[in-house]
Design a protein around this ligand. Structure first.
Ligand SMILES: *Cc1c(COP(=O)(O)O)cnc(C)c1O
Length: 357
């Protein structure tokens, strides 16, 4: 008998469609929540010197001690919490899903939210339950309480602020979820730099809380570095699933150096927040556009015939994210990442032309 994917590859994997990353060549790229600013000249010189002398013939430091100490300081991680690093926070989501993947286990999230929660649960063979968000993408406390009671999830993911909606959930409602959950609750703070709200200080209060961060949205998406902070008894177990050298030599050395040189990325985040509020104002004044609040570095908005508007933007060399058709609550919704002032002006002009075309 000939081996075929149908016989060999798990059904739930064959049923997935691969995470699609569109070609952005030659376009103003406002689709992936990247920081549009490069690093300053002096810092790039320092990076070149560090790369030159990095021991690429050696395996990386498996504990990444220096980098962890720097991250603790930069992210105000409580001293009693432990830290585990990942090759991006996506890898940490995968470690978490693998760790809880016993038969019958449930991973829970809200929807619409970050699609990798559901996808990675499928990779690990764990059932994912997505609880619909309420009006204006707020948490629906009744639905959450009922779903938790019914499904007893081993793990709950909450993105705070949420992607792709951009809003922060009500703090008290998130706390209630942590208090009533029978398992772990992971608060994913990928957009923390733009939100000014965090559950990091709550690690001492809740033993079943883990807080996840990443350097990607802050400005180092290409380096791939994420982390999870939380109780030692949890991270000790998760660490067994981490591949020994998951954070490479260059990422360790360069992330440490960038964080050591003051808060350049923090200043860039502040500039992005200023542009976010200008972009929000401009979008609110654009006819036929409904804008949702944002505490992140992107803005969700709804406009009639969103597919056509998305194509119109692309023809005008602007790439954003089309969410129409990805979830019932995201009908005619588009998501734009906040760029530089110049990029945002190009986007706004192209949007207005595309809507009126
Ligand atoms: C972008 C994003 C991530 C992934 O970040 P990486 O560290 O680049 O893997 C995780 N969670 C949310 C909610 C995101 O939007």
């Amino acid at each position: 008998m000939k081996a075929t994917p149908e016989k060999i590859i798990r059904e739930e994997i064959r049923a997935l469609s691969a995470y699609h990353i569109p070609d952005s060549c030659g376009l103003v790229k406002l689709d992936a929540m990247e920081n549009p600013y490069g690093l300053p000249e002096a810092m790039r010189g320092e990076i070149a010197r560090l790369a030159e002398s990095a021991a690429l013939n050696r395996y990386p430091d498996p504990s990444a001690g220096l980098l962890k100490a720097r991250l603790r300081q930069a992210m105000d991680i409580p001293a009693q919490a432990d830290v585990l690093l990942g090759n991006g926070s996506d890898e940490i989501i995968q470690i978490l899903a693998l760790a809880v993947a016993r038969p019958g286990a449930v991973i829970m999230g809200v929807e619409p939210s970050f699609v990798m929660f559901r996808m990675i649960a499928a990779f690990a063979g764990v059932r994912f339950v997505g609880v619909p968000l309420g009006e204006d993408f707020a948490l629906d406390p009744g639905a959450m309480a009922e779903a938790i009671r019914l499904h007893q999830p081993a793990l709950i993911f909450l993105a705070y602020p949420n992607n792709p909606t951009g809003n922060l959930f009500d703090r008290a409602e998130v706390s209630r979820i942590i208090e009533t959950a029978p398992g772990l609750v992971v608060v994913d703070e990928a957009y923390h730099a733009f939100a000014g709200q965090s559950f990091m200080p709550m690690l001492g209060r809740y033993a079943n809380l883990l807080v996840m961060r990443t350097l990607s949205k802050l400005g180092l998406a290409g380096l791939r570095l994420g982390l999870v902070a939380g109780g030692r008894e949890w991270l000790r177990e998760l660490d067994k699933l981490r591949l020994p050298y998951n954070v490479n030599v260059l990422t360790q050395v360069l992330a440490e150096a960038v964080l050591a040189q003051g808060d350049e990325l923090g200043r860039q985040a502040e500039a992005i927040k200023v542009e976010r509020s200008r972009l929000l104002d401009e979008l609110r004044r654009t006819p036929k556009v409904k804008v949702f609040v944002s505490d992140a570095n992107f803005i969700l908005f709804r406009t009639p015939k969103a597919d056509r508007v998305f194509q119109g933007l692309k023809e005008r060399r602007v790439l954003i994210k089309n969410l129409n058709g990805t979830h019932p609550q995201l009908g005619d919704c588009l998501r734009v990442t906040v760029g530089t002032p110049g990029e945002n002006d190009i986007f706004l002009a192209a949007l207005r032309k595309s809507i009126h075309a």
